[in-house]
Design a protein around this ligand. Structure first.
Ligand code: CA
Ligand code: CA
Length: 138
């Protein structure tokens, strides 16, 4: 885990770089797919759902949501990823929904940089890393 500063523009430029975004999604998908069957089950998706930082937006950082509430939020997020409702998330669904969520998050952030606690290997962390690499080159 590390604390990173990011804003909407960081996320948008990451998502809009098709090639880099696709590579990051494939990496992340492979990492989550612990039984290597090419699909993400609910159990495999949990790690990703937890890293989406939804609770900071839904509940605020200081509040501890109760476990039932957590489970129902994770469940509704999973359903959102599972576009064809077959109980698993494939790479296309994962990519499409991650993109949607990141763009929605970017909209919410706007141009005010915020500090977030990010997990290593999370998609957001990759977005931040990509931007800092770009800055070094520039
Ligand atoms: Ca799997
Ligand atoms: Ca599906």
């Amino acid at each position: 885990m590390s604390v990173e500063v990011l804003d909407g523009a960081t996320i948008v430029s990451f998502v809009e770089d098709d090639e880099a975004f696709h590579v990051s999604i494939c990496d992340r998908f492979a990492h989550l797919d612990t039984d290597h069957d090419g699909l993400l089950s609910y159990a495999e998706m949990l790690e990703e759902l937890k890293s989406l930082r939804v609770f900071e937006t839904h509940f605020g950082i200081d509040e501890k949501p109760d476990p039932d509430e957590l489970a129902s939020v994770y469940n509704s997020l999973f359903v959102q990823f599972d576009h064809d409702s077959n109980g698993t998330v494939d790479l296309e669904e994962f990519k499409a929904e991650t993109k949607q969520m990141m763009l929605a998050m970017a909209n919410g952030l706007g141009f005010l940089p915020v500090q977030m606690l990010l997990e290593e290997d999370s998609i957001l962390k990759k977005a931040v890393e990509k931007e800092s690499t770009a800055n070094v080159v520039a």
